[in-house]
Design a protein around this ligand. Structure first.
Ligand code: GLY
Length: 368
């Protein structure tokens, strides 16, 4: 399959941007490509035990490499400061210094941890992201958000540390379990809904191929996702305003994700949140019912939940007040003027919504 690339220019970054290479089967050449991009830099890999078990680590660096930290157990429970300390301690013991680059091979959790370790090791070294899941390839590997959780909240410790490069090997998602694979596709639906009606129609018409993990379809998704997210990140790398559009579906989404005790996958929660944001847009008189119906249909074809089950409206309302977009405890929402167009008020994209509309929408989503 042909390779392609998208370049993101990040204002104010010393290197003035980074390249995202997209293709299938490019994993094995990542170390030599990175050596060409960053000559003389020692490479240290951060990955997790799933990637090792699926043979992806060996496919990238060969058998028996020692310059690697394997996160075990994989997943959100390892996203803590002690894992970052362990990575840094391992690098120091192996005498890695400022002439090093971290290669983050894995999903969103690996990317966040490795990116944060790179951001603070010796005051910052480059990180190359090699995302291996649908959510990481569509979203988290691009844009430079890094961090780990505290006991109380997600990403309590974190910083923006834009990657030196991103390598998207579309074949890596073939080893994902089915639910995580489908949940990761919700971020692609999100990108289409906030920026590109044609992309939305593409997903609608090609959903079977996408679910079959067809490489040409995955390549198209990666190009679209990186193009859309790349443009937003170029304009607003540190989320002052425009980048908030990437939080479409996330105000209700984050609340139900956290109230479920993280039983809901991020994509499942955002699916409910997208339907909520469409219904809010509808109640505000911005879009027709057809927009919500199209969202529900595409999300159901991904087998994603579109209603809230087992949660109280009051708890969702209370949790949303702690959303990062809230001001003075009042949650803000990203809403639409149409599929592909976010609604702005005085140039702001996270807007106030009357509490009675939010409550009505939570009821329509079946919150008790
Ligand atoms: N996932 C949203 C962002 O990167 O801003």
């Amino acid at each position: 399959m042909a390779h392609s690339s998208v370049t993101i220019r990040v204002p104010g970054e010393p290197e003035r941007g980074y390249e995202i290479r997209i293709g299938s089967g490019l994993l094995g050449s990542v170390p030599s490509d990175v050596a060409e991009m960053l000559p003389g830099m020692r490479q240290f890999v951060v990955t997790d035990v799933n990637l090792v078990n699926h043979g992806h680590l060996a496919a990238m660096v060969g058998e028996g490499t020692e310059d690697v930290y394997v996160i075990d157990p994989p997943g959100e429970n390892s996203k803590m400061l002690s894992t970052v300390e362990n990575i840094i301690s391992e690098m120091e013991q192996k005498r890695f210094g400022r002439d090093s680059v971290i290669l983050a091979l894995g999903g969103g959790v690996v990317g966040d941890i490795a990116g944060f370790a790179a951001a603070i090791f010796k005051r910052g070294i480059p990180c190359v992201q090699i995302p291996a899941t649908t959510v990481a390839q569509a979203d988290s590997a691009v844009g430079g958000k890094t961090g780990v959780d505290s006991e109380l909240s997600k990403n309590a410790y974190g910083t923006f540390h834009h990657p030196a490069a991103v390598f998207i090997d579309c074949s890596l998602v073939k080893t994902m379990d089915d639910v995580s694979y489908r949940a990761g596709l919700v971020e692609s639906v999100k990108h289409a809904m906030i920026a590109d009606p044609e992309y939305f129609r593409y997903i609608e018409s090609n959903i079977d191929m996408i679910l079959e993990r067809d490489e040409a379809a995955l390549h198209h998704l990666a190009e679209k996702n990186c193009g859309i997210k790349g443009r937003v990140v170029e304009e607003d790398p540190n989320e002052k305003n425009l980048r908030r559009i990437l939080n479409f579906g996330h105000t209700i989404g984050h609340a139900v994700e956290s109230l479920s005790g993280f039983d809901l996958l991020h994509g499942e929660a955002v699916s409910i949140g997208i339907v909520g944001a469409c219904r809010i847009s509808q109640e505000m008189g911005l879009v027709s019912a057809e927009v919500t119906e199209c969202a529900v249909e595409i999300l159901q074809r991904l087998d994603m939940p579109v209603t809230i089950t087992g949660l109280k409206k009051a708890s969702v309302m209370e949790t949303m007040k702690r959303d990062k977009k809230s001001i003075g405890g009042v949650p803000k929402f990203v809403v639409l003027d149409d599929i592909g167009t976010v609604h702005g008020v005085d140039g702001q994209y996270a807007v106030d919504v009357p509490a009675e509309i939010v409550e009505k929408v939570l009821s329509a989503l079946d919150a008790k």
